[in-house]
Design a binder for this molecule. Structure first.
Ligand code: ZN
Length: 194
């Protein structure tokens, strides 16, 4: 079991090491300790598992799918049932990760076709790497960025950002660093209605 996760970790490290913006964002943590996850599924799991043929990282991800703890940090009241049926992530490493560390945090997340992830923020700094699909990133103060595989988007501490997925949805690797590392992202309050 642990070997499946260790394999995913190695494939993810290969992506990190081959992507200069990720290397510059955070060194690969050397203090990782495996913590057996309690399996938790999400409705989007079959879609993620079906990506296995896309390459080594995807095959490694598909192999851990049934054994990983898939996380959704939003409620149906916040984002709606459709969103919950088409999104979720694993924390590969971090304060609550499959591999524990306090140095930084890594998520692998999926958002389905056409999904809109509304404006949200968090104290930790963040960098996204698009693995598959496309996403339009909109962030306060930045020009919108329509990114495909290999595209990266950095978000400053507290910077509000939103994402609109393309027709294939998006699988992404996301790293966090700095203060607020163990927090969840929070949706921005909707404008007060008059
Ligand atoms: Zn974010």
């Amino acid at each position: 079991m642990e070997s499946l996760f260790t394999h995913l970790l190695a494939e993810t490290r290969a992506v990190h090491d081959a992507t200069p913006p990720l290397r510059e964002f955070a060194d690969w943590p050397e203090d990782l300790v495996f913590e057996q996850p309690v399996p938790q599924g999400i409705p989007a799991l079959p879609t993620i598992e079906a990506m296995a043929g896309k390459g080594a990282l995807y095959a490694a991800l598909a192999a851990v799918c049934p054994h990983a703890s898939w996380v959704q940090t939003y409620s149906e009241a916040e984002v709606g049932r459709h969103f919950l049926d088409h999104y979720g992530h694993i924390e590969l490493f971090g304060p609550a990760g499959i591999f524990r560390t306090q140095a930084c945090r890594a998520f692998i997340g999926y958002w389905g076709p056409g999904l809109f992830y509304p404006m949200h923020d968090h104290e930790a700094e963040e960098i996204y790497l698009v693995l598959t699909g496309r996403c339009l990133f909109e962030a306060e103060g930045d020009a919108p960025a329509d990114l495909g595989p290999g595209g990266v988007k950095f978000h400053r501490s507290g910077q509000s950002h939103a994402m609109t997925m393309g027709d294939e949805g998006m699988l992404a690797l996301c790293l966090w660093r700095g203060a607020g590392l163990a927090d969840n992202a929070k949706l921005n309050a909707p404008p007060a209605s008059s």
